[in-house]
Design a protein around this ligand. Structure first.
Ligand code: SAM
Length: 457
């Protein structure tokens, strides 16, 4: 059975859960604290409560779970926009087909240049982004782009994992993406509320709510076992959307044995040709509720925010549950080369260079990680989830984070950066629980300091 969602039924669930009493909320939060995850009904009760006391407790538990499962690690990635051709008319999006601007897609040489710039920043993990246009941006072009990126090596730099965020497509195309070795297939549902979805997607293939909603069913049937969901917060009521995400996660888990590998939480921001006043953007407080509710409901699912959020907000959200952030990002086609030539066209809420973001994370005693080990070791889908749930994942994630940070500092850091990164590495090695892994990590760190690359467990 494929994913379906009934707006009236979700609204009913929220209405029925509203006003849960203190003892019920406490029992839900006790379950969360024990890392048992939460049912959609539990989630609905947390989303609809007005109890400031329970919301504060939820923030605290989210922070504790984050630390318990992810420690101080924050995985780094960069988006790469390769084509802004688009045949859809999504009211809120700058790429919509009736926006007039000169559209382009990168040539393979330009993709090589963009990948090279990202590699010279030290990135190892990309999210490839493109608008939907079967003529100007067909699947073969996307596949060529991925191949080009994997083949590009700038000195010791290389992209080791390409996650892909392209429009919902066919099983045949998903098989091609699987065969070429993508990391996670990412697709945002935008909104789970069908009437809103239908109103906001005026024309083009994306208008078909059911086809979009069942994209992960097709992807998983085609053998892609890491999929990343998301909602564009601001299009519809955030409570409805979080519950939608949880129902979707449960469907994937029950049907294919693994729920979302990651959940992204973008908040709507201004784009060309859209009127922000038409949307009810959720407050920072409610956004923190979103992140912490998801964190405690699906503790083992990675959570991603982008440079759309300010540094201050990113800091708070990392403490509440975010495990992956982008750094040094450009959201324009060809944007990295444009920036190098001094011609960037618009500014993001967090436009600091990648290395400054790393310094800032380490100032906060966080551990930036460039790890790409899991999918290269075959730890995907249910294999990843069962390792994560057993608690043993910590014995591979922290070593990999420290080894990749060490590799980064040797390749791209100046003396001051190396001093700061070395202190973070030294502080965190004792936290590796397994004696064997701790010893191996120390040995590998020494090897990396002597020039070794790409060591992982
Ligand atoms: N074309 C693909 C699709 O349709 O799913 C994905 C690429 S699109 C460039 C990536 C995402 O940008 C969209 O899924 C949407 O959530 C997000 N986006 C679009 N307009 C936005 C806006 N005004 N503010 C923030 N994010 C936006």
């Amino acid at each position: 059975m494929e994913m379906t969602i009934n707006a009236a039924a979700v609204e009913q669930m929220l209405a029925d859960s509203k006003g849960a009493g203190a003892s019920e909320l406490d029992a839900i939060l006790d379950r969360a604290e024990e890392l048992r995850g939460l049912s959609p009904l539990d989630v609905a009760a947390l989303l609809t409560t007005d109890s400031a006391e329970h919301i504060s407790r939820m923030f605290r538990i989210a922070g504790e779970l984050k630390e318990k499962i992810y420690g101080e690690r924050v995985v780094m990635f960069a988006p790469l926009y390769i084509s802004d051709y688009c045949v859809n008319k999504c009211v809120y999006c700058g790429y919509k087909c009736d926006n007039e601007f000169t559209r382009r897609r990168l040539t393979m040489d330009e993709i090589r240049s963009e990948a090279e710039i990202l590699e010279r920043m030290g990135h190892k993990r990309l999210a490839l982004e493109a608008g939907e246009d079967p003529v100007n941006c067909p699947i073969d072009y996307i596949l060529d782009a991925i191949r080009t990126i994997y083949d590009m090596k700038a000195g010791t730099g290389e992209i080791r994992r390409v996650n892909v965020n392209i429009a919902a497509t066919t099983e045949e195309n998903y098989k091609k993406l699987r065969d070429i070795g993508i990391g996670t297939y990412i697709l945002f549902q935008e909104t789970y509320h069908e009437p809103t979805y239908t109103a906001l997607h005026e024309s083009g293939p994306k208008k078909d709510f059911g086809y979009h909603l069942t994209a992960f069913d097709r992807a998983m049937r085609s053998g892609i076992d890491d999929v990343g969901g998301g909602v564009l917060f601001g299009l519809h009521d955030w409570r409805f959307e979080v519950l939608g995400l949880m129902l979707h996660n449960r469907h994937l888990d029950e049907t294919y044995g693994a729920g979302f590998h990651t959940i992204s939480v973008p908040r709507l921001c201004h784009a060309q040709g859209m009127d922000m006043s038409r949307y009810d953007i959720l407050s920072d407080y409610d956004f923190k509720r979103v992140v912490s509710t998801i964190r405690i409901a699906v503790p083992y699912t990675g959570m991603i925010i982008s440079t759309r959020e300010s540094p201050e907000m990113r800091k708070e959200l990392i403490r509440l549950g975010i495990s992956q952030i982008s750094g040094g990002s450009s959201v324009e086609v060809g944007g990295y080369a444009i920036r190098e030539s001094g011609g960037e066209q618009f500014v993001l809420a967090d436009s600091r260079p990648a290395i400054d973001i790393l310094r800032w994370l380490m100032d906060e005693q966080l551990v930036p990680s460039f790890c790409t080990a899991c999918y290269r070791k075959g730890r995907t889908g249910d294999r990843f989830m069962s390792l994560a749930k057993s608690g043993n994942i910590k014995n591979v994630c922290l070593p990999n984070a420290l080894m990749t940070l060490c590799e980064y500092m040797m390749d791209y850091g100046d003396a001051k950066f190396r001093e700061q990164a070395s202190a973070i590495i030294d502080k965190n090695i004792p936290k590796i629980a397994s004696d064997k892994m701790r010893a191996l990590t120390k040995e590998n760190i020494d090897r990396i300091k002597n020039g070794a690359h790409d060591l992982f467990v």
